[in-house]
Structures are given as C-alpha cells and as structure tokens.
Design a protein around this ligand. Structure first.
Ligand code: UDP
Ligand code: UDP
Length: 316
C-alpha cells in the first residue's frame, strides 16, 4: 500500500489482525491517503473503492491449520463478500491466490495450465481448497456479473515485517540461527521451494492489477533450492554455529515447487529482481532488530545485588 499511496491513491486497509499486526501500519495512521478499518471480511463490508486487493487469509501452514474452519470461511464467505462489494461499486478485484492450488504437483515447474494435485481432506485442504474455490468464485462473478477480476498465484514469499511467530520456514530458520538454536528441518530436507522477496511480489501485484489479464498469473522466483540448502545458506549468512535438527516430515508436504513465470514475464514484463541472499540479509537484519526490540521491552531489572556480583554467569 505504501507504493500505492506514493502514487497518490487513497488506501483503505481492512484487517482483523488475526495474523497481521498494527505495528506494521501504525506509522501511516494520520496520513491523508491512509485509512485503517478493523474488520473481518467474513462480515459484509460497505465502502466505496475502485480496486480491491483481496489478500485476506492466513497463509502460513501452522496459522491456517490452527483454525481450519475460519480459514475456509475467510476464503469462501470472505471472497464472496469482496466480490459482492466489487459488483456493487464496479471495482476491479485482485485475488491473492497461491501455488497451493497446485497441491503436491506432478508437473514441474508449475505453469498456469496445470490443474493441480490436491488432497481435499488433508490438513492443508482448508487453505488449498479454499483458494481453489475462491478462484472459481472470481470467474463466476466475471462471467455472470461482469466483475473485473485478476488472479495472482503467489509462490513462497518472505521479507521484512513478517511475524516472529509466522511459522514458515524462512522466518523459523532465521530466528533459530539468530538465537543459536537448532534449525528445524521437517523430513529429510530434500523437498524444494523457490522464494521471492516481498518487494518483487508487491511490484507484480500492482502490475497485474493494472493489466488486462483476467486469467491466473504465477508470481514467484524460479530459483529453486532444497530446504536443507536453505538451512545451510541461512546458517552461513547469520554466521553462527547452530545445528540442523531433523524432525518428522509434515503430512502432504509438497515435495517440489517452482513457478514457471513465462506468462508474467511475457504479459507483464515482470520478473523478480532481488537476489535471494540480498533478501535474506535484509530479513536477517529485520529479525535482529525485532529480537532487540523484544529484549528491550521485556527487560526486567534484576535486584541490584545480583547485578553487582561479577564473574558469575548470567542466565537471562
Ligand atoms: N456485499 C458486501 N458489500 C457490498 C455488497 C455486497 O459485503 O457492498 C456482500 C453481501 O453481504 C453478499 C455478498 O457480498 O452476501 C455477495 O453479494 P451479491 O450481491 O453477489 O449477492 P446477494 O446480495 O445478491 O446475495
Ligand atoms: N519447513 C521446515 N522447517 C520449518 C518450517 C518449514 O523444514 O521450521 C519445511 C516445510 O516442511 C516445507 C518447506 O519448509 O517443506 C516450506 O514450508 P513453509 O511452511 O514455509 O511453506 P509451504 O511452502 O509449505 O506453504
């Protein structure tokens, strides 16, 4: 929204703060182009807008599995409400869809033509099937009501302002490495992902919104690595001696994932420009500051006597 506001747009942020944080937007409160509404899209919303970036829904597996019914409601009823709003005011709606619509893919890399391989009753289904039906709803509203829709299939993304307890792999590994804890690899670590930095995604979303492409478009960075490679890379960038700890594999975990982004390249002139290491370094710095912030805010002074005893190890 920052780049939209800088372009002179009035931005209304709608959030129920289920996974978002006020701290990520509070510096804009009071800006003439900014408005914040504490609202859950599962409830109807009556406002006047030209464009809707429909980004609602937890996206981290532990978050969306924590309350699968809420995840389903957000992606179904929430999407219905946003499409109803788009229809009423004649707005264009961009749906933040996901690479999860491809499930545990049998086609590699994944292009937009692939229909996917999703377990409809597995632990990821609330999110995967929720996003799949959200896409279906977009095209039903387009066909029947003439609503203008854009569908971005977003692949793994990371960056500054992620929640410390997000639970996805990049933030987990960075926090673990910064705190000298073991990096938790689920399964053998031979499963792959490809990660884009958040600023590349934002540019892609704005380009797609303002394009004339109504069919789905993959947005992601095609540089693919195994999870074990990510663990080693993050360890070396943070530069400490954390161990790597292997934990049981997650159920229905997609084994290979890499976006085919030829469509975005050809039709939007978009491709990621932030190199992986640069994005990781920015994110490491961000989490480092977050840890300091947390330490400063939770600092409870010890009794003077304890602080004055020199030469003894301090356990805080
Ligand atoms: N809706 C909304 N804001 C609006 C218009 C509609 O939240 O400005 C919701 C409304 O509650 C409805 C849903 O969007 O449940 C779908 O709207 P639509 O007009 O397609 O359905 P209808 O109201 O005719 O059932
Ligand atoms: N993963 C891991 N350790 C963690 C968190 C995740 O090894 O602490 C693995 C997970 O099993 C998956 C990959 O990293 O294979 C990406 O997981 P994430 O939850 O970030 O997103 P997903 O792509 O699965 O939605």
């Amino acid at each position: 929204y920052t780049c939209l506001m800088m372009d002179g747009h009035e931005v209304t942020v709608v959030d129920n703060f289920f996974t978002g944080r006020k701290r990520n937007v509070e510096h804009w409160i009071g800006h003439e182009n900014f408005e914040l509404i504490n609202h859950d899209v599962v409830e109807p919303l009556y406002i006047e807008v030209d464009q809707i970036y429909h980004l609602a829904s937890p996206a981290s597996p532990p978050n969306y599995m924590y309350n699968p019914i809420k995840t389903l409601k957000t992606n179904t009823i929430g999407t219905l409400n946003m499409l109803g709003l788009a229809k009423r005011v004649g707005a264009r709606l961009l749906l933040a869809s996901t690479s999860e619509v491809y499930g545990d893919p049998e086609v590699h890399p994944q292009n937009e033509e692939y229909w996917g391989h999703v377990n409809p009753i597995g632990p990821r289904a609330c999110y995967d099937e929720g996003k799949r039906v959200a896409e279906t709803m977009c095209y039903a509203y387009m066909k029947q009501e003439g609503v203008e829709v854009r569908v971005a299939r977003i692949f793994n993304t990371f960056g500054s302002r992620m929640h410390m307890n997000d639970g996805r792999v990049v933030s987990n590994f960075i926090l673990q490495a910064l705190q000298g804890e073991p990096l938790t690899v689920y399964g053998t670590g031979s499963q792959t992902r490809a990660f884009q930095y958040v600023s590349d995604l934002v540019n892609g979303l704005v380009l797609l919104m303002n394009s004339n492409i109504s069919s789905p478009v993959n947005l992601g960075n095609p540089e693919e690595h195994t999870i074990l490679e990510f663990a080693r890379l993050i360890k070396s960038l943070v530069g400490n001696r954390s161990q790597i700890q292997f934990l049981p594999e997650a159920q229905d975990d997609p084994q290979r994932r890499r976006p085919d982004i030829r469509k975005a390249k050809m039709m939007l002139g978009w491709e990621p420009v932030v190199p992986l290491e640069e994005g990781l370094n920015k994110t490491i710095q961000y989490f480092n500051r977050e840890l300091e912030h947390q330490a400063n805010n939770q600092y409870i002074p010890k009794p003077k006597a304890a602080r004055m005893k020199k030469g003894r190890p301090r356990h805080n």
